[in-house]
Every structure is written in structure tokens, then in C-alpha cells.
Write a protein that binds this ligand. Sequence first.
Ligand SMILES: Cc1cc2nc3c(=O)[nH]c(=O)nc-3n(C[C@H](O)[C@H](O)[C@H](O)COP(=O)(O)OP(=O)(O)OC[C@H]3O[C@@H](n4cnc5c(N)ncnc54)[C@H](O)[C@@H]3O)c2cc1C
Length: 486
Amino acid sequence: MLGVMTVRDDKIGQLSRLTATLVGVLGRDHVLTDPDLTASYTVDWTGRWRGQAAVVARPASTAEVVAVLQACLAFQVAVVPQGGNTGLVGGGVPADHGSGPDDLRLVMSLVRLGRLDPVDAAAAQVTVGAGVTLAALQRHVAASSTGLAFGVDLGARDSATVGGMVATNAGGIHFVRHGGMRQQVAGLEVVLADGQVIERLRGPAKDNTGYDVPGLLVGSEGTLGIVTAARLRLVAALPFRVTALIGVAGTAAAIELVTALRRHVPALEAAEIFYQEGLELVCRTAGLVSPLGSPLAGRWRAYLLVECAGADDTVTDQLAQCLATAGVDDEATAVATTPKGRQNLWAIREGHTEAVNRLGVPHKLDVSLPLGALASFVPAVHQAVAGAASDATVVLWGHAGDGNLHVNVVGPAPDDYTVDDAVYRLVAEMGGSISAEHGIGRAKIPWLHLTRSGADIGAMRAIKQALDPTGRLNPGVLLPPEELLG
Ligand SMILES: Cc1cc2nc3c(=O)[nH]c(=O)nc-3n(C[C@H](O)[C@H](O)[C@H](O)COP(=O)(O)OP(=O)(O)OC[C@H]3O[C@@H](n4cnc5c(N)ncnc54)[C@H](O)[C@@H]3O)c2cc1C
């Protein structure tokens, strides 16, 4: 009993000394300890991942990030970096405090790092702070009138931050044309666990001077350092866009069509897939109407949402020509070229996430398969989920051009991993990856070994050990405990 009291007293003292230090650096308004104020930082977007934060610190500059990290090191407090908190694998929300004396958790919210440098038109690059949202970045580049745009886009654009997108190596809806965040990062400013700053924001297009240390932070999920700013590559802004919703017989037909589009329509920018049951759910819960008629009529098992972008409306002709050659009839296609019409078609695809959340707390299993395996994966995954949880509801959608399917399962309790296990094992057997774009976070650690070898995980652990020897940064995220290495 005496031991427990001592530990608790130590923790209270440790916390109040940390808080006082942080208030001295950030001011009272940006050091939150009241549970009513910290609550929104400790639960994720889905409600599946939640925990405790002794403090939420909101630095507004690189110097303040350094000071917060040094205080956490001195007071032995773990740091959970957080951006827009739209990540879907629990990487940006803290776990519960443990019972030891040195396991308090601080959430470092980076949304105040709002630097927006002028667009460098000659280099086609821009430097922005880690807390800038994707939508703010898009607006900033558009307002520069340089004829440039940012190549990554995703549904969480109003909240997801540049720092979070770098840390998760976000993919998104334009991956098929421009790749993901890794392809856009020309340089980063990062603060290492001990407070040292590495700044590579100067932007020469070519720079072969040894290890790309900041590049290690891409996809590191807050475990190696804090991203404070990013220098991002930009692409040509393409003013003309055509969007088409296409009904198809099933996954195999969808993949065949995407293959033809990739070959014959270089303007292809997005190729999203969803299914009859998902469309029906979105129409029912969001009050939307499918331009191809009721999904319950059962004419099409799967749907592709395709977008092409180019300098002028010849892209519409290219798309129409390719669809005609592929034998897609007019009745199976709804096309829009106006912003409003395109937005209505996109609302059907982007409405899936919200619609599934309304059914309950989803298990979001973001996986990728070799394109040739996708068609047989779809019935197999329904079977695997039914075998693990017969009452579960399964809704699938994804980025068809990348072999990326989001398997959403509602029904099993948030802490019941039976379905997750069945799906990840199936994915591994079929040569896929257990994380296409959301990362490992807290959600997928026990299955990392299914698609990463022991040597691979050992090298990751060595990098972690080198850059964060005391393990202060995002403990319990991404890397498995030693005993899971097999
Ligand atoms: C509706 C919806 C649609 C989505 N669509 C896509 C999609 O198409 N493609 C896709 O890839 N993802 C998608 N996501 C997932 C999510 O938006 C991305 O993972 C995004 O990159 C997370 O950014 P964030 O700022 O919200 O990061 P957070 O959720 O706050 O954090 C994510 C991870 O990054 C770390 N982190 C955050 N900021 C920093 C920083 N500055 N330095 C170091 N580490 C940091 C956190 O510790 C955590 O591990 C979607 C999510 C939603 C809700």
C-alpha cells in the first residue's frame, strides 16, 4: 500500500512539475489538463481507439516543440504526436496509463504549426507547417495562381494535417496518378526525440548526400521524431475534370476496366471501387440517390467511380472512347463535368465512411492485394468474416487502381480481434499487405510479422533504438514487443 501511495505521489509531483514547465514555455491556454478539455484528444474518429492523456501540449513553433520534447525527456513522460486525429489505426491517440512511475502520456497536438510559405513556382514546391490541413494546403496552392496543385487528396482533407499525412505516408484517391506522400516529400524539418532539429527544407531537386534521415520519418507514425514542416512537390493543376460512375458485373470486371483505362487514358486520376450493399447503405443513411437507379435492383454488383483530369475537354472523349471499346453501355454510366455534378458523384463514394460509422464502431481493415488476386479476395473475405463473426456486417470499398480495399466490419466488440485476425491471415496468404495506407498504429501490431520478415522488423527496431533510445515517442505504436518477433 505504501509503495502504491509513493508511486501515485511521485506521479502527481512529476505531473505538476511538467505542467509548470510547459506553461512557462507555451502559456496556460496551450497546456490542457482538465479532462473535459483533453477528452477529444484521447479518442479517435471511429471511437474504437481511446486512452488517457495526463497533459495535452499545443506548441506553435519548432522551438516550442523542442522545449516540450526536452521537458518530456526530463520528466520521463511518453509523447503521442497528434495532427488532425483522423488516423484510423489508433496511432495518434494515447493508450491508457500503465501503473509504473514513468508511463504518463502527453499528447503533443501539432495543429498550431501553421506556416504557409509562398509557392516556389520555379521549383514547383511549397514549404508548409506540419499542422496545416490538406484543404488549407490545397487552397494556398490554388490561390498562388502558379498553375500548380498538390497531388495527394483524401476524404479527411478538412482535418488531416500535412504532418499526420507524412507520418502515415497517406495514399488517397489520386495515388493511381501521383503516388502517395512519400513521392511528394522533397524535404522535411524534424525534431528528434532528444530535441535536436534536422532541417532539410532548402529544396534542390537533386541532393545525394548520404542517408535520407528525414525521409525515415515518412510512414514512421510518430515513433522516430516530430515532423514540424514539409517541403512538398507540386504537380500541374489540370483545369478540366470529368467524373463517371460506372456499374459493372463485379470485381473482376472492375479491374479489367481499370487496366484498360490505365493503358488508354493517361488522364486517369482516380479509380475507386464500391459495391451494391455499400451504395445502398449510403443512399439509405445519407439520403442520396444513385444516378444509375436503385442499387437494390441488382443490375450491377460493383461500381467504379473514375475521374480523369486534363488541360481541356478532350479527356471526356478519351474516357468515352475507352468505355465504348470496353463494351460499357450508356445505361451503366453517369457522367459529370460540372463541379456540382462531380461533387454529387463523389458524395456517394466519400459517404461510405460516415455511413458505416453510423452502424456502430467499425473494425477498419485497410489492406492491399496484388491486382490479379483482388477478384478472388472479395468472396473469400466475406467468407472469412462470416466464419469469424456470423452476425457481422461487412462493407467494402477502396482504391481499385492500387489493389487497396477497405474492409469495414461492424458487429464485433471493439476489443474483439477475431475478425481482424481472420482477414489479415487471408490477406497474407494471398500475397497482400495488412496496411495499404493507414499504417500499423496500435491496431495491427500483432500481425506485422505476417507481411514483414524478422530481419525487416529487426532493422526497424534498430532504427528506433538509434533515434529514440529511451522509447519516449509513441510507445506501443507500430513496433511489436520483442516476444512477438517470430
Ligand atoms: C473520412 C476519412 C477518409 C480517409 N481517407 C484516407 C485515404 O484516402 N488515404 C489515406 O491514406 N488515409 C485516409 N484516411 C486516414 C487519415 O486521414 C490519414 O491517415 C491521415 O494521414 C492522418 O492525418 P492526421 O493529421 O489526422 O494524423 P493523426 O491521426 O493525428 O495521426 C496519425 C499518425 O501520425 C502521427 N503524427 C501526426 N502528426 C505528426 C507529426 N507532425 N509528426 C510526427 N508524427 C505525427 C501520429 O502519432 C499517428 O501515429 C481517412 C480518414 C478519414 C476519417
